[in-house]
Design a protein around this ligand. Sequence first.
Ligand code: NAP
Ligand code: GFB
Length: 324
Amino acid sequence: MRVLVTGGSGLVGRAIQHVVKEEEEEEEEEGSTAAKEEEEWIFLSSKDANLMSMEETRAAFERHRPTHVIHLAAVVGGLFKNMKYNLDFWRNNIHINDNVLQAAHEVGAVKVVSCLSTCVFPDKTTYPIDETMIHDGPPHESNFGYSYAKRMIDVHNRAYFQQHGRCYTAVIPTNVFGPHDNFSIEDGHVLPGLIHKTYRAQKDGTPLVVWGSGAPRRQFIYSLDLARLFLWVLREYPEVEPIVLSVGEEDEVSIGEAADAVVEALGFNGAVEYDISKADGQFKKTASNAKLRRYRPDFMFTPFRQALKETCDWFVENYDAARK
Ligand code: NAP
Ligand code: GFB
Protein backbone atom coordinates (compact mmCIF):
# COMPACT_ATOMS: atom_id res chain seq x y z
CA MET A 1 0.00 0.00 0.00
CA ARG A 2 1.73 3.17 -1.21
CA VAL A 3 -0.20 6.22 -0.01
CA LEU A 4 0.25 9.57 -1.70
CA VAL A 5 -1.12 12.55 0.24
CA THR A 6 -1.74 15.70 -1.81
CA GLY A 7 -1.74 18.85 0.31
CA GLY A 8 0.53 16.98 2.73
CA SER A 9 2.07 20.23 4.02
CA GLY A 10 -1.21 21.87 5.15
CA LEU A 11 -3.22 21.79 8.37
CA VAL A 12 -4.81 18.39 7.73
CA GLY A 13 -1.76 16.95 5.93
CA ARG A 14 0.52 17.77 8.86
CA ALA A 15 -1.97 16.17 11.24
CA ILE A 16 -1.96 12.98 9.16
CA GLN A 17 1.88 13.02 9.18
CA HIS A 18 1.74 13.31 12.97
CA VAL A 19 -0.70 10.42 13.42
CA VAL A 20 1.17 8.13 11.00
CA LYS A 21 4.42 8.80 12.90
CA GLU A 22 2.66 8.22 16.22
CA GLU A 23 1.40 4.84 14.96
CA GLU A 24 4.88 3.88 13.79
CA GLU A 25 6.36 4.78 17.17
CA GLU A 26 3.68 2.78 18.97
CA GLU A 27 4.46 -0.22 16.80
CA GLU A 28 8.17 0.14 17.46
CA GLU A 29 7.49 0.14 21.18
CA GLU A 30 5.41 -3.00 20.80
CA GLY A 31 8.16 -4.60 18.69
CA SER A 32 5.85 -5.03 15.68
CA THR A 33 6.59 -3.75 12.17
CA ALA A 34 3.51 -5.03 10.39
CA ALA A 35 1.87 -1.75 9.32
CA LYS A 36 5.20 -0.09 8.54
CA GLU A 37 6.04 -2.84 6.11
CA GLU A 38 2.58 -2.70 4.56
CA GLU A 39 2.29 1.07 4.16
CA GLU A 40 4.60 3.61 2.56
CA TRP A 41 3.58 7.25 2.94
CA ILE A 42 4.46 10.14 0.62
CA PHE A 43 3.39 13.69 1.50
CA LEU A 44 3.31 16.24 -1.35
CA SER A 45 3.34 20.02 -1.13
CA SER A 46 2.86 22.56 -3.92
CA LYS A 47 6.67 22.68 -4.20
CA ASP A 48 6.68 19.06 -5.41
CA ALA A 49 4.01 19.64 -8.06
CA ASN A 50 1.58 22.37 -9.00
CA LEU A 51 -1.58 20.27 -9.18
CA MET A 52 -3.31 22.91 -11.28
CA SER A 53 -1.10 21.64 -14.12
CA MET A 54 -2.08 18.23 -15.54
CA GLU A 55 1.50 17.74 -16.75
CA GLU A 56 2.98 18.25 -13.28
CA THR A 57 0.22 16.19 -11.64
CA ARG A 58 0.77 13.27 -14.01
CA ALA A 59 4.55 13.47 -13.49
CA ALA A 60 4.12 13.34 -9.69
CA PHE A 61 1.73 10.39 -9.87
CA GLU A 62 3.96 8.54 -12.34
CA ARG A 63 6.97 9.18 -10.10
CA HIS A 64 5.31 7.75 -6.98
CA ARG A 65 2.75 5.35 -8.52
CA PRO A 66 0.46 5.31 -5.47
CA THR A 67 -1.96 2.48 -4.83
CA HIS A 68 -3.93 4.77 -2.49
CA VAL A 69 -4.39 8.55 -2.40
CA ILE A 70 -5.56 11.01 0.23
CA HIS A 71 -6.44 14.13 -1.72
CA LEU A 72 -6.28 17.25 0.46
CA ALA A 73 -4.69 19.84 -1.84
CA ALA A 74 -7.03 22.77 -2.39
CA VAL A 75 -7.24 26.51 -2.42
CA VAL A 76 -8.61 27.00 1.09
CA GLY A 77 -9.59 30.01 3.16
CA GLY A 78 -11.97 31.46 5.69
CA LEU A 79 -15.20 33.33 5.01
CA PHE A 80 -13.56 36.62 4.05
CA LYS A 81 -11.11 35.13 1.53
CA ASN A 82 -13.93 33.10 -0.01
CA MET A 83 -16.10 36.20 -0.42
CA LYS A 84 -13.30 37.98 -2.33
CA TYR A 85 -12.16 35.16 -4.61
CA ASN A 86 -15.13 32.99 -5.59
CA LEU A 87 -13.84 32.73 -9.18
CA ASP A 88 -10.35 31.61 -8.13
CA PHE A 89 -11.75 29.14 -5.62
CA TRP A 90 -13.99 27.64 -8.32
CA ARG A 91 -11.45 27.46 -11.17
CA ASN A 92 -8.37 26.42 -9.22
CA ASN A 93 -10.12 23.74 -7.23
CA ILE A 94 -11.94 22.35 -10.27
CA HIS A 95 -8.58 21.99 -12.06
CA ILE A 96 -6.79 20.46 -9.06
CA ASN A 97 -9.56 17.92 -8.45
CA ASP A 98 -9.93 16.89 -12.09
CA ASN A 99 -6.15 16.51 -12.48
CA VAL A 100 -5.64 14.54 -9.27
CA LEU A 101 -8.52 12.10 -9.77
CA GLN A 102 -7.64 11.44 -13.41
CA ALA A 103 -3.91 11.00 -12.63
CA ALA A 104 -4.80 8.60 -9.80
CA HIS A 105 -6.97 6.61 -12.20
CA GLU A 106 -4.25 6.55 -14.88
CA VAL A 107 -1.65 5.03 -12.53
CA GLY A 108 -4.20 2.49 -11.30
CA ALA A 109 -4.74 3.80 -7.76
CA VAL A 110 -7.46 1.60 -6.27
CA LYS A 111 -8.68 4.05 -3.65
CA VAL A 112 -8.81 7.82 -3.35
CA VAL A 113 -10.22 9.68 -0.35
CA SER A 114 -10.91 13.33 -1.18
CA CYS A 115 -12.05 16.07 1.12
CA LEU A 116 -15.28 18.05 0.88
CA SER A 117 -16.53 20.42 3.61
CA THR A 118 -19.88 20.98 5.33
CA CYS A 119 -20.12 24.39 3.59
CA VAL A 120 -20.93 22.50 0.35
CA PHE A 121 -24.42 21.67 1.63
CA PRO A 122 -27.46 23.78 0.65
CA ASP A 123 -27.87 26.99 2.59
CA LYS A 124 -31.66 26.73 2.77
CA THR A 125 -32.20 23.32 4.30
CA THR A 126 -33.52 21.31 7.20
CA TYR A 127 -31.21 20.32 10.06
CA PRO A 128 -29.25 18.27 10.77
CA ILE A 129 -27.70 18.02 7.31
CA ASP A 130 -26.58 14.57 6.14
CA GLU A 131 -24.64 12.92 3.32
CA THR A 132 -27.73 12.51 1.11
CA MET A 133 -28.31 16.28 0.82
CA ILE A 134 -25.16 17.53 -0.97
CA HIS A 135 -26.84 18.47 -4.25
CA ASP A 136 -30.24 19.53 -2.89
CA GLY A 137 -29.98 23.31 -3.39
CA PRO A 138 -27.52 26.21 -3.78
CA PRO A 139 -24.76 26.60 -1.18
CA HIS A 140 -24.37 29.82 0.82
CA GLU A 141 -23.52 32.67 -1.56
CA SER A 142 -20.39 33.69 0.39
CA ASN A 143 -18.49 30.60 -0.80
CA PHE A 144 -20.33 29.31 -3.85
CA GLY A 145 -17.11 28.99 -5.93
CA TYR A 146 -15.39 26.69 -3.42
CA SER A 147 -18.61 24.81 -2.62
CA TYR A 148 -19.59 23.97 -6.17
CA ALA A 149 -16.00 22.89 -6.97
CA LYS A 150 -16.06 20.59 -3.92
CA ARG A 151 -19.50 19.19 -4.81
CA MET A 152 -18.15 18.16 -8.21
CA ILE A 153 -15.74 15.75 -6.48
CA ASP A 154 -18.82 13.72 -5.58
CA VAL A 155 -19.82 13.74 -9.27
CA HIS A 156 -16.29 12.60 -10.22
CA ASN A 157 -16.39 9.81 -7.64
CA ARG A 158 -19.73 8.43 -8.75
CA ALA A 159 -18.65 8.57 -12.41
CA TYR A 160 -15.26 6.85 -11.79
CA PHE A 161 -17.16 4.10 -10.03
CA GLN A 162 -19.80 3.76 -12.74
CA GLN A 163 -17.39 3.76 -15.68
CA HIS A 164 -14.28 2.16 -14.15
CA GLY A 165 -15.36 0.49 -10.88
CA ARG A 166 -13.02 2.73 -8.87
CA CYS A 167 -13.53 3.18 -5.13
CA TYR A 168 -12.95 6.92 -5.07
CA THR A 169 -14.79 8.46 -2.14
CA ALA A 170 -14.86 11.63 -0.04
CA VAL A 171 -15.12 12.73 3.56
CA ILE A 172 -17.06 15.81 4.66
CA PRO A 173 -15.40 17.45 7.66
CA THR A 174 -16.79 20.44 9.54
CA ASN A 175 -14.54 23.45 10.34
CA VAL A 176 -11.06 22.11 11.15
CA PHE A 177 -8.44 23.64 13.47
CA GLY A 178 -5.14 22.62 15.05
CA PRO A 179 -1.35 23.04 14.92
CA HIS A 180 0.06 24.15 11.53
CA ASP A 181 -3.17 25.95 10.60
CA ASN A 182 -3.07 29.13 8.53
CA PHE A 183 -3.18 31.83 11.23
CA SER A 184 -3.59 34.69 8.73
CA ILE A 185 -6.04 37.22 10.15
CA GLU A 186 -7.35 38.35 6.77
CA ASP A 187 -7.49 35.03 4.91
CA GLY A 188 -7.73 32.26 7.51
CA HIS A 189 -10.61 30.57 9.32
CA VAL A 190 -12.21 31.89 12.46
CA LEU A 191 -10.31 29.96 15.17
CA PRO A 192 -6.76 30.56 13.88
CA GLY A 193 -7.77 34.17 13.13
CA LEU A 194 -9.09 34.69 16.66
CA ILE A 195 -6.03 33.01 18.21
CA HIS A 196 -3.70 35.30 16.29
CA LYS A 197 -5.79 38.42 17.05
CA THR A 198 -6.00 37.56 20.75
CA TYR A 199 -2.24 36.96 20.95
CA ARG A 200 -1.60 40.35 19.36
CA ALA A 201 -4.21 42.16 21.49
CA GLN A 202 -2.58 40.74 24.62
CA LYS A 203 0.86 41.96 23.48
CA ASP A 204 -0.36 45.41 22.40
CA GLY A 205 -2.82 45.97 25.26
CA THR A 206 -5.67 46.51 22.78
CA PRO A 207 -9.18 44.97 22.66
CA LEU A 208 -9.85 41.72 20.85
CA VAL A 209 -12.17 42.50 17.94
CA VAL A 210 -14.39 39.58 16.94
CA TRP A 211 -15.87 40.00 13.47
CA GLY A 212 -19.63 39.82 12.93
CA SER A 213 -22.30 39.36 15.58
CA GLY A 214 -20.87 36.23 17.23
CA ALA A 215 -24.25 34.49 16.77
CA PRO A 216 -23.44 32.05 13.89
CA ARG A 217 -22.86 28.48 14.97
CA ARG A 218 -20.15 25.99 13.99
CA GLN A 219 -19.07 22.42 14.73
CA PHE A 220 -15.27 22.37 15.06
CA ILE A 221 -13.16 19.24 14.58
CA TYR A 222 -9.58 18.96 15.86
CA SER A 223 -7.14 18.21 13.03
CA LEU A 224 -5.64 15.23 14.90
CA ASP A 225 -9.09 13.66 15.39
CA LEU A 226 -9.80 14.23 11.70
CA ALA A 227 -6.45 12.65 10.79
CA ARG A 228 -7.29 9.50 12.79
CA LEU A 229 -10.65 9.26 11.04
CA PHE A 230 -9.00 9.81 7.64
CA LEU A 231 -6.76 6.77 8.24
CA TRP A 232 -9.78 4.68 9.12
CA VAL A 233 -11.62 5.82 5.97
CA LEU A 234 -8.56 5.02 3.84
CA ARG A 235 -8.06 1.58 5.33
CA GLU A 236 -11.60 0.42 6.03
CA TYR A 237 -14.51 2.58 4.81
CA PRO A 238 -15.94 0.66 1.85
CA GLU A 239 -18.38 3.13 0.25
CA VAL A 240 -18.12 5.51 -2.72
CA GLU A 241 -20.81 7.63 -1.02
CA PRO A 242 -19.26 10.34 1.16
CA ILE A 243 -19.26 10.38 4.95
CA VAL A 244 -19.57 13.35 7.31
CA LEU A 245 -16.72 13.53 9.83
CA SER A 246 -18.02 15.67 12.65
CA VAL A 247 -18.46 16.01 16.36
CA GLY A 248 -22.07 15.67 17.52
CA GLU A 249 -24.80 18.26 16.99
CA GLU A 250 -24.70 18.96 20.73
CA ASP A 251 -21.06 20.09 20.40
CA GLU A 252 -21.89 22.97 18.06
CA VAL A 253 -20.85 26.35 19.53
CA SER A 254 -21.55 29.97 18.62
CA ILE A 255 -18.71 32.17 17.34
CA GLY A 256 -19.13 34.16 20.57
CA GLU A 257 -18.59 31.01 22.64
CA ALA A 258 -15.59 30.07 20.48
CA ALA A 259 -14.10 33.55 21.07
CA ASP A 260 -14.62 33.15 24.84
CA ALA A 261 -12.82 29.79 24.70
CA VAL A 262 -9.84 31.36 22.86
CA VAL A 263 -9.72 34.17 25.44
CA GLU A 264 -9.63 31.58 28.22
CA ALA A 265 -7.03 29.35 26.51
CA LEU A 266 -4.65 32.29 26.01
CA GLY A 267 -5.40 33.89 29.39
CA PHE A 268 -6.36 37.16 27.67
CA ASN A 269 -7.52 39.79 30.14
CA GLY A 270 -8.40 42.72 27.85
CA ALA A 271 -11.76 43.83 26.45
CA VAL A 272 -13.67 41.86 23.79
CA GLU A 273 -15.59 43.82 21.13
CA TYR A 274 -17.78 42.77 18.21
CA ASP A 275 -17.51 44.49 14.81
CA ILE A 276 -20.97 43.99 13.36
CA SER A 277 -20.03 45.81 10.14
CA LYS A 278 -18.23 42.55 9.19
CA ALA A 279 -20.11 39.64 7.59
CA ASP A 280 -21.57 36.78 9.62
CA GLY A 281 -21.56 34.36 6.67
CA GLN A 282 -23.69 31.22 6.81
CA PHE A 283 -25.65 31.12 10.07
CA LYS A 284 -25.11 27.41 10.64
CA LYS A 285 -24.44 24.16 8.81
CA THR A 286 -25.26 21.70 11.59
CA ALA A 287 -24.30 18.25 10.34
CA SER A 288 -25.34 14.82 11.58
CA ASN A 289 -22.57 12.34 12.42
CA ALA A 290 -25.05 9.44 12.64
CA LYS A 291 -23.42 7.61 9.71
CA LEU A 292 -19.97 7.93 11.31
CA ARG A 293 -21.42 6.72 14.61
CA ARG A 294 -22.89 3.63 12.91
CA TYR A 295 -19.38 2.68 11.75
CA ARG A 296 -17.39 4.03 14.71
CA PRO A 297 -19.67 4.15 17.79
CA ASP A 298 -16.69 4.33 20.17
CA PHE A 299 -14.54 6.97 18.46
CA MET A 300 -13.51 9.54 21.08
CA PHE A 301 -13.23 13.18 19.99
CA THR A 302 -10.78 15.39 21.87
CA PRO A 303 -12.84 17.82 24.02
CA PHE A 304 -13.04 21.22 22.28
CA ARG A 305 -11.37 23.22 25.05
CA GLN A 306 -8.48 20.77 25.37
CA ALA A 307 -7.89 20.78 21.60
CA LEU A 308 -8.08 24.58 21.54
CA LYS A 309 -5.58 24.86 24.39
CA GLU A 310 -3.16 22.54 22.55
CA THR A 311 -3.55 24.64 19.40
CA CYS A 312 -3.00 27.94 21.26
CA ASP A 313 0.08 26.50 23.01
CA TRP A 314 1.43 25.35 19.64
CA PHE A 315 0.86 28.82 18.14
CA VAL A 316 2.61 30.60 21.01
CA GLU A 317 5.56 28.19 20.90
CA ASN A 318 5.86 28.38 17.11
CA TYR A 319 4.90 32.01 16.61
CA ASP A 320 7.83 32.90 14.32
CA ALA A 321 7.46 29.88 12.06
CA ALA A 322 3.64 29.69 12.00
CA ARG A 323 1.81 30.52 8.75
CA LYS A 324 0.26 33.90 9.19
P1 NAP B 1 -4.22 24.23 4.02
O1 NAP B 1 -3.62 24.16 5.36
O2 NAP B 1 -4.42 25.55 3.37
O3 NAP B 1 -3.36 23.30 3.06
C1 NAP B 1 -3.60 23.29 1.69
C2 NAP B 1 -2.67 22.30 1.05
O4 NAP B 1 -2.92 22.28 -0.35
C3 NAP B 1 -1.20 22.67 1.25
O5 NAP B 1 -0.46 21.49 1.43
C4 NAP B 1 -0.84 23.31 -0.09
O6 NAP B 1 0.54 23.19 -0.42
C5 NAP B 1 -1.69 22.47 -1.04
N1 NAP B 1 -1.95 23.16 -2.29
C6 NAP B 1 -2.66 24.29 -2.49
N2 NAP B 1 -2.65 24.62 -3.80
C7 NAP B 1 -1.91 23.68 -4.45
C8 NAP B 1 -1.50 23.48 -5.78
N3 NAP B 1 -1.87 24.31 -6.76
N4 NAP B 1 -0.72 22.42 -6.07
C9 NAP B 1 -0.33 21.57 -5.09
N5 NAP B 1 -0.68 21.68 -3.81
C10 NAP B 1 -1.46 22.74 -3.49
O7 NAP B 1 -5.64 23.51 3.99
P2 NAP B 1 -6.27 22.44 4.99
O8 NAP B 1 -7.09 23.18 5.95
O9 NAP B 1 -5.24 21.47 5.44
O10 NAP B 1 -7.27 21.71 3.99
C11 NAP B 1 -7.07 20.38 3.57
C12 NAP B 1 -8.36 19.89 2.94
O11 NAP B 1 -9.40 19.93 3.91
C13 NAP B 1 -8.83 20.74 1.76
O12 NAP B 1 -9.28 19.92 0.74
C14 NAP B 1 -9.95 21.57 2.37
O13 NAP B 1 -10.87 21.94 1.39
C15 NAP B 1 -10.52 20.61 3.38
N6 NAP B 1 -11.27 21.22 4.49
C16 NAP B 1 -10.66 22.13 5.31
C17 NAP B 1 -11.39 22.70 6.34
C18 NAP B 1 -10.78 23.72 7.29
O14 NAP B 1 -11.52 24.25 8.15
N7 NAP B 1 -9.50 24.02 7.21
C19 NAP B 1 -12.72 22.32 6.55
C20 NAP B 1 -13.29 21.37 5.72
C21 NAP B 1 -12.55 20.82 4.68
P3 NAP B 1 1.63 24.28 0.12
O15 NAP B 1 1.76 24.03 1.60
O16 NAP B 1 2.86 23.96 -0.62
O17 NAP B 1 1.05 25.62 -0.20
O1 GFB C 1 -14.01 29.91 9.71
P1 GFB C 1 -14.77 30.97 9.02
O2 GFB C 1 -14.01 32.06 8.38
O3 GFB C 1 -15.63 30.42 7.86
O4 GFB C 1 -15.79 31.59 10.12
P2 GFB C 1 -17.06 29.74 7.69
C1 GFB C 1 -16.54 32.70 9.82
C2 GFB C 1 -17.41 33.11 10.99
O5 GFB C 1 -16.59 33.55 12.08
C3 GFB C 1 -18.29 34.31 10.61
C4 GFB C 1 -16.79 34.96 12.31
O6 GFB C 1 -19.48 34.29 11.37
C5 GFB C 1 -17.39 35.47 10.99
O7 GFB C 1 -18.15 36.67 11.19
N1 GFB C 1 -15.52 35.55 12.70
C6 GFB C 1 -15.30 36.28 13.83
C7 GFB C 1 -14.34 35.48 12.05
N2 GFB C 1 -14.04 36.70 13.90
C8 GFB C 1 -13.40 36.19 12.81
C9 GFB C 1 -12.04 36.25 12.36
O8 GFB C 1 -11.16 36.87 12.95
N3 GFB C 1 -11.76 35.57 11.19
C10 GFB C 1 -12.70 34.88 10.50
N4 GFB C 1 -12.35 34.23 9.38
N5 GFB C 1 -14.01 34.85 10.90
C11 GFB C 1 -15.81 28.68 5.72
C12 GFB C 1 -15.98 28.65 4.23
O9 GFB C 1 -16.94 29.24 6.21
O10 GFB C 1 -15.73 27.38 6.27
C13 GFB C 1 -14.87 27.92 3.64
O11 GFB C 1 -16.07 29.98 3.72
C14 GFB C 1 -14.53 26.62 4.37
O12 GFB C 1 -15.16 27.71 2.31
C15 GFB C 1 -14.65 26.69 5.88
O13 GFB C 1 -15.29 25.56 3.91
C16 GFB C 1 -14.64 25.34 6.55
O14 GFB C 1 -17.27 28.59 8.60
O15 GFB C 1 -18.11 30.76 7.66
